[in-house]
Write a protein that binds this ligand. Structure first.
Ligand SMILES: [Zn+2]
Length: 352
């Protein structure tokens, strides 16, 4: 452990490396976030940041990735200094949880499709087989994304930074758990309720509409119905926890986002809940939201599948990406216990 400490109780002009303490107050250079007694300063940067989108687990070239390749991808992230942040943190330009020297990356999966989240069944049919939901923690299939994410990614503030953009144009996660009759748009399925609550508590859920329409062909009115109905169905499963749902991934991407559609989404609310940003599917890396070129309601994402995974690795190695630079100011060392810090973070101890 070789943390560098310095005290600025009696002076405001100490300099360490290329960080000038007085610069920390300049919001063009450093983003400040207070959390209890701790103040995080993260350097404001205009480089790219990958927002990646998966779909199914499977062998097909497009829109599927084998569980082996998905596992290798998570190992690659850990070995190459990537640090997943949530889509919300990205939209809030909040890199406060990213240790210095790590590269923030945003991860998610669309469609609540096959292989995202599979519980072990009592017989060999994982689609229709019975699942015992009375036990505290039903077992996960080892090939499923949720199992692998929990195996390889850290929990940050109690959750794993990965968003499941859920739609209801099929049984979410394609597992009925033995139920044979469903309410409209897949309401009232116990195993779906279990999974959606589990994901809200341990990961993130985003909106991917109810019927998965082609966004560019949708009117603001029809798309608004998709959002309303999404919230209503999700609410029937998770109740008040829908307050946590505020990000959207457009089905089939949004193409050139129409102003009337953007206005509707910017002003949208269900009860008191609104949408803070929305993601396209255009095959590009975005920049941080401080960049003038970024529209929070049209964020670039790159799909990852069996066909392009090798080129995704190449992009991740070669493109100039944001790398976290962080200064953490605390009153005393004890306050650092709950934070994942590394030896590149600059710690200011003794501020008042
Ligand atoms: Zn989709």
């Amino acid at each position: 452990m070789k943390f560098l400490y310095f005290i600025f109780m009696f002076t405001g002009f100490l300099v360490y490396a290329d960080v000038n303490i007085s610069d920390l107050q300049n919001s063009d250079l450093w983003k400040k976030k207070s959390s209890g007694n701790i103040i995080f300063y993260t350097k404001v940067e205009d480089f790219k940041i990958p927002v990646l989108c998966f779909h199914k687990i499977g062998d097909q070239e497009r829109y599927e990735i084998t569980s082996t390749k998905f596992e290798q991808f998570l190992i690659f992230l850990n070995e190459n200094n990537f640090f997943p942040i949530s889509d919300k943190d990205y939209l809030n330009n909040d890199f406060s949880m990213v240790p210095s020297g790590k590269k923030p990356i945003v991860l998610g999966s669309d469609d609540a499709s096959e292989g995202n989240f599979i519980l072990k069944t009592r017989d060999s049919n994982s689609f229709t087989g019975n699942v015992d939901l009375t036990v505290t923690t039903p077992k996960l299939e080892e090939e499923s994304m949720v199992y692998l994410l929990e195996k390889y990614l850290p929990k940050v503030q109690g959750k794993i930074n990965f968003t499941f953009y859920t739609s209801f144009n099929g049984v979410p996660f394609r597992q009925t758990g033995g139920t044979t009759s469903f309410g409209e748009n897949y309401r009232d399925i116990p195993i779906v309720g279990y999974k959606l609550n589990y994901l809200i508590d341990n990961f993130y859920i985003g909106i991917h509409t109810v019927t998965h329409p082609i966004t560019v062909n949708s009117t603001p009115d029809s798309f608004k119905w998709e959002l309303d109905e999404f919230y209503r169905i999700l609410e029937s499963y998770v109740g008040d926890k829908i307050s946590l749902i505020n990000t959207l991934a457009y089905p089939y991407g949004c193409g050139t986002l129409k102003p009337e559609m953007e206005n509707m989404i910017r002003n949208y609310n269900y009860k008191n809940y609104s949408i803070i940003g929305a993601f396209d599917f255009d095959g590009l890396f975005t920049k941080s939201v401080v960049s003038k070129s970024v529209n929070k309601f049209d964020i670039s994402r790159l799909g990852v599948d069996n066909k392009n995974i090798e080129s995704v690795y190449n992009f991740l190695k070669k493109v100039k990406l944001i790398t976290s630079e962080r200064v953490i100011a605390v009153g005393s060392r004890d306050e650092l216990n709950s934070i994942d810090i590394n030896d590149k973070d600059i710690l200011v101890v003794g501020h008042s």
